[in-house]
Design a protein around this ligand. Structure first.
Ligand code: FES
Length: 246
């Protein structure tokens, strides 16, 4: 049977002071993804290997890792794209490592909470008045931004976040934009305080890596630039109508 060499970055803060590489030679099949290789190692070779995954179908966003230097969903990345070369798997860049390939998500979870990723109404209408209806055209205003699976791959690719982790980051801003564009939502002013802050959209230097690496084809770079235009427009309107729009 053909074999492939998988090198994994190992790190157990309780046992080692620095991460180190560990290589495994495992059977190769054309239909194997990187996550299959890690599961094979975990189940057949070395049970101490620690990695995170859940759905195995590109939906849950939990299996993001660096594969040969690029952030990828390991359940959607085929070994055959690297074979017969070696494959190096490491934890997502720009995040603290808890153990081996598992990173600490708490910074992202806090940022997600800050941008209020839910529909905000100034006043809820009574239940008996029915749903908040939306046309297909209104849905299309935000649809692509709702495809984010919170995998944090865009954060691993973002040089601004890598330089300064106080930056709100691509996924959080894309999700804020998703709700701001929703015709049922009235929370734009509340989110503007966060996305328009020093750590928000103005930090982005429009490198565009977030959009390039997104496994679900969300375009966070576009969300950030559109938010800049929107907030700039609102700023100038506030100069014309300092007491609020007529
Ligand atoms: S395991 Fe769920 S996205 Fe990969």
């Amino acid at each position: 049977m053909n074999k492939i060499n998988i090198t994994v970055t190992r790190y157990n803060p309780e046992k080692s002071s620095e991460p180190y590489p560990q290589s495994y030679s495992i059977p190769f099949r054309e239909d194997m993804v990187v996550l299959d290789a890690l599961n094979y190692i975990k189940n057949q070779v070395d049970g101490t290997l620690t990695h995170r995954w859940s759905c195995r179908m590109g939906v849950c966003g939990s299996c993001g890792m660096m594969v040969n230097g690029s952030p990828k969903l390991t359940c959607s990345t085929f070994l055959r794209d690297y074979y017969p070369g070696d494959v190096h798997v490491g934890p997502l860049d720009n995040f603290k490592v808890i153990r081996d390939l598992v990173t600490d998500m708490s910074d992202f979870m806090e940022k997600l909470q800050e941008i209020k990723p839910w529909i905000i109404r100034k006043e809820e209408k009574p239940l008996e008045e029915g749903e908040y209806l939306q046309s297909p055209a209104e849905l299309n205003q935000y649809r692509q931004f709702s495809m984010c699976i919170n995998c944090m791959i865009c954060y691993a690719a973002c040089p601004v976040y890598g330089h300064d982790s106080s930056f709100l980051g691509p996924a959080a801003i894309a999700l804020a934009h998703r709700y701001n564009m929703d015709s049922r939502d009235e929370g734009q002013d509340q989110r503007a305080e966060i996305i328009g802050s020093h750590e928000g959209i103005w930090e982005c230097t429009f490198v565009g890596e977030c959009t390039r690496v997104c496994p679900t084809h969300v375009d966070p770079a576009a969300a950030i630039q559109r938010s800049k235009v929107q907030l700039t427009k609102e700023y100038f309107l506030s100069l014309v109508w300092p007491w609020g729009k007529p």
